[in-house]
Ligand binder design. Structure first.
Ligand SMILES: [Zn+2]
Length: 69
């Protein structure tokens, strides 16, 4: 059995529906809510555009810096 890191409930790994691979570990969750809370807490929540968390870390610069002539 694995432990849900959010609520502390025991989760069966076999056929687990809610899981997250994070830093070489797999975390299991009792519900989608717990999974989402974990992802938000760890900053690994996928946004609605389907971008993966590592794509969100690389932030695009906001406009070009002012240039001197
Ligand atoms: Zn839970």
């Amino acid at each position: 059995m694995a432990k849900d890191p959010i609520c502390g409930m025991e989760v069966e790994e076999k056929g687990a529906e809610f899981m997250v691979h994070f830093e070489h570990e797999t975390f299991y969750f009792c519900t989608k809510t717990c999974q989402e809370n974990f992802e938000l807490k760890e900053g690994i929540r996928h946004d609605e555009t389907g971008k993966k968390w590592w794509q969100r870390i690389i932030k695009e610069p906001k406009g070009a810096p002012p240039k001197c002539h």
